[in-house]
Design a protein around this ligand. Structure first.
Ligand SMILES: [Zn+2]
Length: 459
C-alpha cells in the first residue's frame, strides 16, 4: 500500500505540473474537402489535441470542443455549397479552450480523429461529416465486409455463361489533403494529373463495348488506400488500375513504369522507394484508425493470392507493352513492390507511374490534355490486350462467403523472441503480425502484448 502511494504521488505531481506547464495548442487553419458522400474538415493544429464532439438539433449543428487550445486568428471562409455544411463559426471563448460550431443544413454523422505530421502538414484534427448512415458505413465499417470468393462446389450446376460487362476500376492516385508529388518547374500537383488521366481512360472504356469504367475517385478528395480496392471489390471490378505520376530526387529520371504487388520486398531500389512514398498517402491524406481492420489484414496477408499476383503481372506486361508506343519506359519489365493499394486478394491490380513529374520536361507534357489522352490510350489498349488473352469468368460462377472475424489471441513477448520466431510459433506470416500490431521493421519490446491473427484454416 505504502509503496503504491509512494509511486502514485510523483506521478500525480508530474501530471499536474505537466498539465499546468503544457503550452496551449494553437488552431492555425481549416480546410474543407467534399467527397461524394461526406464532408471533411481538417484543422491544422500546432500539436496533439484533446477534443470532443457534441451533436445538437434544432437547428442541426456539431460543436467541436478543443481543450488546452487557442485560436489567435479568425476561421477562414469555407465552401458551403455541399449538401451538409452551412457555416463554421467560433463559439463562446473561454481561456485556453476553443469551441468551433459547425452549422448544418441537415443531420450528419460525425467522426473525428487526429493525424500526426506527414508530408506537407503538421498535426491535424479531422472531422468527417457523413451524409447518411449508409455513407458512414461505407467509409468506416466497410472494411469488415471482406468477402473471400471460394470456388463453387463441384456438383453445383455450372453457371450459364452470361454476357458479363467487364468493370474496370480506375484509381486516380492521391487527392484532397494528399497532393501527391509536386512538379518543380510548374508546381503541378500529381493528384490533378492522375485525375485528368483517369477521366480520359474512363471515357475510352465507356465507348468500348462490353466494358464499364468505375472511377474510384472523381473529384478532389482523399480515399484511403485500402478503401480504394474495397470500393472496387464491392463493385465486383475485373481489373484495377491505379494511376500516378511520381517524383524521385533529381530531375533526370523519365518514362513510364508499371508495378504489381510483391509479397516480399521490392524487386528494385526504385520500386521500394516509390512504394514507401505511395503508401505514406494514408498518413497524409487522412485515414482514421477505424479503417484498420484486423480481419482484412488477416485475409490479405494469409490468403494465398498467387493467381491474382500472376494475373496482375500479366496485366502489367500488357499495359507496359502498350505504353512503350506512347513514350519511353523507365524499366522494361513490370516491377514488383509492396504497394498497399494493390493488395486486393482477387482483382488483378497494377499501378502505373505514367511519367516522372520530377522531370521538368515530363512535368510539362503531363499538364497537356494531348499527352494525358495518349497515356490513357496506352493503358486502355493494354487492359484490352490483357482481357483478350484472359477471359474473365462471369461472377455468377463464384460463390461469395462472408468471413466472420474470430477473436484474436494475445502473446506477451519474452526475452530472446523475435517477430519471426513468434510468427513461426503460431504458423502465420510475419507481415500479418506486423500489420495487425502496427509494428515497424524492428522487433517488439520484451513484455509488450501482440495480437495474433487467427490462421486461415480456422475461419
Ligand atoms: Zn503517386
Amino acid at each position: 500500500m505504502l509503496s503504491a502511494a509512494r509511486l502514485l504521488i510523483p506521478i500525480l505531481f508530474f501530471l499536474i505540473c505537466h498539465a499546468a506547464l503544457a503550452e496551449p495548442v494553437t488552431v492555425e487553419h481549416l480546410r474543407v474537402w467534399r467527397a461524394p458522400d461526406y464532408t471533411r474538415l481538417v484543422f491544422d493544429v500546432s500539436g496533439p489535441l484533446e477534443h470532443r464532439l457534441l451533436i445538437l438539433e434544432n437547428p442541426y449543428r456539431i460543436v467541436v470542443d478543443m481543450d488546452n487550445a487557442r485560436m489567435p486568428g479568425a476561421l477562414p471562409a469555407v465552401d458551403t455549397n455541399g449538401p451538409v455544411l452551412s457555416g463554421v463559426r467560433a463559439g463562446t471563448a473561454e481561456a485556453n479552450h476553443v469551441r468551433v460550431v459547425l452549422d448544418l443544413k441537415t443531420e450528419a454523422r460525425p467522426h473525428s480523429f487526429m493525424l500526426k505530421p506527414a508530408g506537407p502538414y503538421g498535426h491535424r484534427l479531422v472531422v468527417d461529416l457523413y451524409d447518411s448512415k449508409a455513407a458512414e458505413e461505407e467509409n468506416t465499417k466497410a472494411l469488415d465486409e471482406v468477402k473471400i470468393p471460394v470456388p463453387a462446389p463441384e456438383r453445383a450446376m455450372p453457371a450459364k455463361p452470361v454476357a458479363h460487362e467487364l468493370i474496370i476500376a480506375i484509381d486516380a492516385g492521391h487527392g484532397g489533403e494528399d497532393p501527391g508529388a509536386m512538379g518543380r518547374r510548374y508546381r503541378t500537383r500529381e493528384k490533378d494529373v492522375t485525375l485528368a488521366i483517369a477521366r480520359e481512360l474512363a471515357k475510352l472504356i465507356e465507348q468500348a463495348p462490353g466494358m464499364r469504367p468505375m472511377l474510384i475517385r472523381d473529384g478532389d478528395y482523399y480515399v484511403g488506400l485500402r478503401q480504394r480496392f474495397m470500393k472496387a471489390r464491392r463493385q465486383r471490378a475485373d481489373v484495377f488500375v491505379s494511376i500516378h505520376a511520381d517524383a524521385v530526387p533529381g530531375q533526370r529520371a523519365y518514362g513510364s513504369s508499371v508495378y504489381a504487388l510483391s509479397e516480399k520486398g521490392a524487386t528494385s531500389a526504385m520500386a521500394g522507394f516509390l512504394a514507401n512514398k505511395e503508401n505514406a498517402s494514408d498518413l497524409i491524406g487522412g485515414v482514421s484508425l477505424s479503417d484498420k481492420d484486423d480481419m482484412l489484414a488477416h485475409v490479405l496477408l494469409d490468403l494465398s493470392h498467387n493467381k491474382t499476383m500472376q494475373d496482375s503481372l500479366s496485366l502489367g506486361e500488357d499495359v507496359l507493352a502498350e505504353l512503350q508506343h506512347v513514350g519511353p519506359v523507365h524499366l522494361r519489365r513490370v516491377t514488383q513492390a509492396g504497394f498497399a493499394v494493390l493488395k486486393s486478394p482477387d482483382i488483378p491490380s497494377v499501378l502505373v507511374e505514367t511519367a516522372f513529374i520530377s522531370n521538368p520536361s515530363e512535368e510539362k507534357k503531363l499538364r497537356t490534355p494531348g499527352f494525358q489522352q495518349q497515356l490513357a490510350g496506352g493503358i486502355f489498349r493494354g487492359i484490352k490486350r490483357y482481357l483478350a488473352r484472359n477471359p474473365v469468368a462471369p461472377p455468377a460462377a463464384v460463390k461469395v462467403e462472408r468471413v466472420v472475424a474470430p477473436n484474436p489471441q494475445e502473446h506477451i513477448v519474452r526475452k530472446g523472441e523475435t517477430l519471426s520466431s513468434i510468427a513461426r510459433q503460431y504458423n502465420i506470416h510475419v507481415d500479418a503480425l506486423r500489420f495487425l500490431n502496427d509494428l515497424g521493421d524492428g522487433n517488439p519490446p520484451v513484455g509488450s502484448t501482440l495480437r495474433i491473427p487467427p490462421r486461415q484454416s480456422d475461419s
